[in-house]
Design a protein around this ligand. Sequence first.
Ligand code: 1Q0
Length: 220
Amino acid sequence: MADAESGEERRGAFRLQAVLDAFRGCVDEQGDVLLAEYLLGWKELVRFINGLGAVFSFISRDAATKINILQGLLDREEAHNYRTLQAMARLEVARTPAFSAAPGHVHSGCRDFLRLHRALLWLHLFLEKLRMSDESSERPSVLCAEAYGASLAQHHPWLVRRASALAFRTLPTRQVFLARLGAGPEKEVLAMLGETVPAIVKVYDISQCLYEHYQILSLP
Ligand code: 1Q0
């Protein structure tokens, strides 16, 4: 298993195209979410955040932990039960009585997936703001904070919100940020973001529907 980055660098630079390919490729013909592809998308995002400096390491470590837990289930448990999000949820809901209200930390891929799923809403909002921005827009640090405030922040305690706010302030300018996405000139980056956002929204919407169906949107 290739561990998600947790400080040690994987070789090669971040590529927006890899994120697009992974999120596009993670919905199968049945409309189910393929976990391996989903995790590939997140591993590439962790690679990006690892390039932002030590102030982001508490975020990348947490994301890497969740990615590695899910990758572990995929690699070690009966693989067919973890091939898709749908199969994993079916299994875990059937296995644990009163799963949605189970107290404390139940051994569950669904709860760690849920954390990444909530973060995907932040990513969608942030990338959409970035895509619509121009040189006169607010800096990425502000766009990122706005997207966070409208999504993930409501799930985080004060200390995490505070640390996140401090980290966001260190984000580079729009020009540097777009260049780091590794997709060429600005026009091309924005065009690729225009493809990436709907791919992410599609995966988000499918996952959200499934979590609503099983009523597991508040898994502790
Ligand atoms: C570009 C700047 C990146 C900013 C990332 C924003 C997300 C902030 C999240 C901060 C939370 C981190 C600390 C730990 C929180 C946990 O308490 C919480 C709950 O877990 P648990 O087990 O205690 O119940 N964990 C989470 O909410 C999961 C958070 C995962 C965040 C993953 C963010 C990964 C970022 C990727 C880089 C994005 C690059 C953007 C440009 C790429 C273009 C495609």
